[in-house]
Ligand binder design. Structure first.
Ligand SMILES: Cc1cc2nc3c(=O)[nH]c(=O)nc-3n(C[C@H](O)[C@H](O)[C@H](O)COP(=O)(O)OP(=O)(O)OC[C@H]3O[C@@H](n4cnc5c(N)ncnc54)[C@H](O)[C@@H]3O)c2cc1C
Length: 512
């Protein structure tokens, strides 16, 4: 039965008065977001659930998400593409730490190869999704077109692949005197295409992944680049090309080489993460030794000794020591200090030092925002995310037929999102096999205690912690942040695990 509805923008999310009625579309699954995880999830649906109908609703005009949005100089991954790439489609470039455009091409080519590009509805920003137990379906409202008219679609299962940050803009702290500055201020999330910084003096504020990427890339054309950091970050150099992986590719068929390289990197990543957490002093010494080796007499421990333990915040990886080479050549310097005020010509620091600049880049981070703020409603009640517990890192307690793709904080994003998509397919096939219409994770173990969902102390995490769901103290409510453990739970563990409640439509009505 067709019931698609077009609403006016102001009435859309309130849902009070429908202006225009047309045929409504119902699909088995709606995927929200056509970034790395949405495209991957849709491909897995095609592979594992070939009879399921689905559409992808994408708020922007293009696919690729992060890899289409971020256009700053040098934008690249800091994970290797053998683990950031999809399990089902080998990464075939020589560079393991890849440039943004190469990752975007990989996403687009994957979408075309599996035919999921044709299922994307661009300019469909989902604002609200409401579940009706009576109808056993989600009604999804998306704003579309310049008038932001609201379209409704319905589905049995909702898969949110919306990333984790606000697409509207990045995080910029308030600094005194900003209006006085006569130069240009840029945030990496909104990089002006026509910004010419050739021969200019640049200050990049920040010390995270974006800053350490931008600084050497801009130094290639700028007069000088200063990275101004409030506190240092652990920075480790890694070869941009993975020699073992490239050797395997020459020796073996594509897929076999890819799988071996993927496992090699999963295991080595996990080894170094565990070493950092269990033997922080040894790990700190190893990182410092690496930087000292690269910088020689230019090494100053003040810029490379963070006040926290490794992996309390994300580690920064730099390919082929590009940052350190630029420092050695005198094209880049680091200032570890705080901003007293912006001035007409640059920055005055708390220490009294001045940094003159023509361009200031505020690489001060993202605004963490799950599902870009879309409203979730279950049987008329708005879902309050901080009151929910995360099930297997992919569903919420008491929220039926909905999964989300969020990756690891300590390893490549796609490792987890691939597993999540695989599990969604297993779940859908299990439900079909038994005739179930509902699957709802229920906290039925009284011993489960609530904990924060992320144990990072990065600024962007701390700023958003109150708006995030929680995790539990025991599986399946505990996040493993560990691919091998998740693999055994999600690929081989039982779907009917005693925590997931399954119901047929008849059982649901009977109860109601
Ligand atoms: C500069 C940068 C570099 C990174 N490098 C790495 C790395 O090296 N390794 C790593 O593991 N991770 C990295 N990350 C994290 C990165 O975001 C993920 O790896 C991955 O690209 C996220 O993919 P995604 O599809 O889940 O989300 P996104 O890439 O954010 O895509 C989400 C998509 O959903 C759409 N969307 C969101 N909300 C809605 C809505 N309500 N309605 C409709 N559409 C919506 C967005 O428009 C977007 O297209 C990086 C992040 C950034 C910002």
């Amino acid at each position: 039965m067709c019931e698609t509805i077009l609403l006016t923008p102001q009435e859309g999310t309130k849902g009070t008065k429908f202006i225009y009625f047309a045929a409504v579309e119902h699909v088995d699954v709606i995927v929200v977001g056509a970034g790395l995880s949405g495209i991957g999830g849709a491909c897995q649906l095609k592979i594992e659930c070939p009879r399921k109908s689905f559409v992808i609703l994408e708020g922007r005009e293009a696919m690729g998400g992060t890899w289409d949005l971020f256009r700053y100089p040098g934008v690249r991954s800091d994970s290797d593409m053998y683990t950031l790439g999809y399990r089902f489609r080998p990464w075939r470039d020589n560079k393991a730490m890849a440039d943004g455009p190469a990752i975007l091409s990989y996403i687009r080519e994957t979408a075309a190869e599996y035919g999921v590009d044709k299922t994307i509805r661009y300019n469909h920003r989902v604002r609200r999704a409401s579940w009706s137990s009576e109808q056993a379906r989600w009604t999804v409202e998306a704003e579309t077109g310049p008038e932001k008219a609201v379209v409704q679609l319905t589905c049995n299962f909702l898969y949110l692949c919306t990333g984790y940050y606000d697409y509207e803009g990045g995080y910029t702290p308030e600094w005194p005197g900003v209006a006085r500055f006569r130069g240009t201020i840029v945030h990496p999330q909104k990089w002006p295409e026509d910004l010419d910084y050739t021969g200019k003096r640049i200050v990049v504020i920040g010390s995270g992944a974006t800053a350490v990427t931008l600084v050497p890339a801009m130094a290639a054309r700028a007069a000088h680049v200063t990275m101004l950091q409030r506190s240092p970050t652990y920075i480790v150099s890694k070869p941009a090309e993975d020699r073992v992986a490239n050797w395997l590719r020459r020796l073996l068929p594509d897929r076999a080489a890819y799988m071996l390289a993927r496992w090699k990197n999963v295991l080595s990543g996990s080894f170094f993460y565990n070493l950092a957490r269990k033997r922080p002093n040894l790990f700190k010494w190893m990182v410092a030794r690496g930087v000292r080796k690269e910088l020689g007499e230019k090494y100053d421990s003040k810029h490379f000794t963070p006040p926290y333990n490794p992996w309390d915040q994300r580690l920064c990886l730099v390919p082929d020591a590009d940052l350190f080479r630029a420092m050695r050549d005198g094209r880049v310097s680091i200032a570890t200090d705080q901003i007293e005020t912006f001035t007409e010509d640059g920055l005055l620091l708390k220490s009294g030092e001045r940094l003159d600049a023509d361009v200031i880049v505020t690489a001060t981070g993202l605004v963490l925002r799950l599902f870009s703020g879309m409203q979730l409603v279950v049987d008329g009640a708005t879902v309050d995310l901080p009151k929910t517990l995360v099930y297997k890192g992919m569903m919420f307690s008491d929220v039926p037929n909905l999964a989300f793709a969020v990756g690891y904080t300590n390893a490549s994003w796609t490792l987890k999102c691939d597993l999540t998509a695989e599990y969604v397919c297993r779940l859908l096939n299990h439900m079909d096999h038994h005739g179930y219409s509902f699957c709802t994770p229920r906290v039925n173990d009284p011993d489960v205690e609530e904990e924060p969902v992320i144990d990072f102390n990065s600024g962007y995490v701390l700023r958003a912690l109150d708006s995030l769901p929680r995790q539990g103290s025991k599986p399946p409510w505990r996040l493993h942040q560990n691919y091998v453990k998740d693999l055994s739970m999600m690929r081989y563990g039982r779907v009917d695990d005693g925590t997931m409640e399954f119901k047929t439509a008849v059982e649901a009505v009977g109860r109601g």
